[in-house]
Design a protein around this ligand. Structure first.
Ligand code: ADP
Ligand code: MG
Ligand code: MG
Length: 209
């Protein structure tokens, strides 16, 4: 049941950077189908900057890591995803005090979701990253209510984010660049929901390591 500390947060960011770099071409391809083809590039660049910054000046708590992530993503990612993920991590930082227990993990997911919604004004079913963050937060809450460990709560969130991303395929985009395609956005998986699933999977991986 061990709580998640700053070492976990640092390991999460290293794994996130590696995963988003590994999946850069796939995320670009998803974005090429319904957007402008840069989502993998944006995420890989952003998280490379995150890892550089935490390497140069290692924060001493989870909140500090999330703040650096927010600032790096805001300044390096651009487009839609930079401000959305930047706001998510800024809210997550504000929702965090010390190490994370199971309830703390739920609070981080809920804060990230609130940040994305505050910034992008999307609701579920609009084929955006909200369709990954929202089921992830619900699953995290259910796992915490069932007495699961922080790592198990994160794994539940990650699995639901992945299912949520897959479930964006039949949706028509009504927010962001993909909405310009209207019905032609149907049949493609949303890149931002997909990157959210990778991000949460690496959070769970880091917690299990
Ligand atoms: P851009 O569209 O500016 O090129 P990215 O390609 O990096 O930015 O990110 C696109 C992703 O951002 C989409 O796949 C979607 O998940 C997410 N997105 C776009 N607009 C919104 C919004 N209003 N609310 C939530 N997520 C959004
Ligand atoms: Mg794009
Ligand atoms: Mg773009």
């Amino acid at each position: 049941m061990s709580n998640l500390d700053v070492e976990w947060a640092l390991e999460w960011m290293r794994r996130a950077s590696a995963a988003l770099t590994e999946h850069r071409a796939e995320l670009n391809d998803l974005d090429r189908a319904i957007g402008d083809g840069d989502h993998g590039e944006n995420m890989a660049r952003g998280f490379t900057a995150v890892v550089e910054r935490i390497g140069a000046t290692p924060p001493d708590d989870v909140t500090g890591v999330f703040k650096v992530v927010a600032q790096a993503l805001m300044s390096k990612v651009g487009g839609a995803a930079g401000p959305l993920y930047g706001t998510a991590f800024m809210r997550a930082a504000k929702a965090t005090e010390g190490d994370l227990d199971a309830a703390g993990v739920v609070a981080v997911c809920a804060a990230a979701l609130e940040g994305v919604v505050a910034r992008g004004k999307a609701t579920t079913g609009e084929k955006t990253m909200v369709d990954a963050w929202s089921p992830a937060t619900e699953a995290a809450q259910a796992a915490a209510d069932a007495g699961r460990s922080p790592a198990e709560v994160l794994r539940a969130a990650a699995d639901s984010a992945e299912a949520g991303a897959a479930a964006t395929v039949p949706l028509e985009a009504t927010k962001g660049r993909a909405s310009y395609l209207g019905e032609r956005s149907i049949g493609h998986q949303d890149p931002g929901a997909t990157s959210t699933a990778y991000l949460l999977a690496t959070a769970a991986d880091a917690a299990e390591s």
